[in-house]
Design a protein around this ligand. Sequence first.
Ligand SMILES: Cc1ncc(COP(=O)(O)O)c(C=O)c1O
Length: 393
Amino acid sequence: MRDQVSHRSRLFTESVIREMTRLCNQHGGVNLAQGFPDFPAPAAVKEAAARAVLEDVNQYAITWGAKRLRDAIAAKTVRFQGLRYDPETELTVCCGATECMAASLLALVNPGDEVIVFEPFYENYGPDAILCAAEPRFVRLREPDWSYDPVELERAFTNRTRAIVINTPNNPTGKVFGREELEHIAALCRKWDVVAITDEIYEHIVYDGAEHIPLASLDGMRERTVAISGVSKTYSVTGWRIGWCLAPAALTAAIRKVHDFLTVGAPAPLQEAAAVALEMPRDYYHKLAEGYRERRDFLVPALEAAGFRAFRPRGAYYVMTDISEFGFDHDVEFARHLVATVGVAAVPGSSFYADPLSGRRRLRFHFARRRETLEDAAERLGRLAARSTTASS
Ligand SMILES: Cc1ncc(COP(=O)(O)O)c(C=O)c1O
């Protein structure tokens, strides 16, 4: 029989996060691998979703998003970022930021074009680039502050560069790109006539006075940026699958076409509820960030006490760690060991690098968990420290 599977689909593997989740369940462990909250979404938002279903908002919404939601997104973008987008022509609602990224790349990038991606990167960007036959060019973010080398970035731009993907606040590093870095990126985009695709899904989760700066707000960038965000992280509803792309009309028209044939539209009743979520008062966002700061300040010392070197995040809800102290040569092996011996699941660092060897001394934990879940994790991690001490004494 002829090979029934496409070459493209062979170029990437299944997410290793799923394996960690499966192992975690087998060992009755605490899952700090896949980043989603284990605490409830705001009651008003859940009630709005239930109401929409009962009121029979149960058929397809407009392909590029229910009018009420598009209006709410445009209004919130003005309120928080001072940026104006026309909800009729410059906004597309998709099935999560995940579809937004795939649809944007498919709509804007030709096979063989180069797309610059900062590394370590959110797992999906690799397969996204492969699916549209683009060639990713990786630029390294370096510990401890995850800054990039300006010369390395400048060298990555060529005549073949079509787009650059910027995720800020960043998964997996917790980096929040600063103004100077964004100005530098913007100048390169203008110089090389490149489109920036920004993944801003953690826009409201920043700490220690860090500021989320939308790239589109910089000079000359609104006309060459696709800004992506969504409800998953901000309102703790990752299963609702609602995200959006803000982009100039010509780019939006292409993104809408791809989106239409990929998924037709995001869930209609949940779009109504998302519109309610977007009207939350400012105080909601302060509390959200503060809640995550408290969780970070609990987990980071617990990891350090257990022997990890933790790179303290300034945004998003992940901590990258260095596992060198544990004497394992391989991150996946160590991740399996961690879940099997003390029952804590984390993501092997190699998942975030094109060359797995670059991540072999890294492990990523997330802290979108209730306090008691994190306390359980800390207690388990403490056992790891005790084991290491016994083993070495
Ligand atoms: C950087 C980043 N972008 C996008 C997503 C997924 O967003 P959505 O649930 O809106 O598809 C995640 C989820 O972990 C993420 O970390």
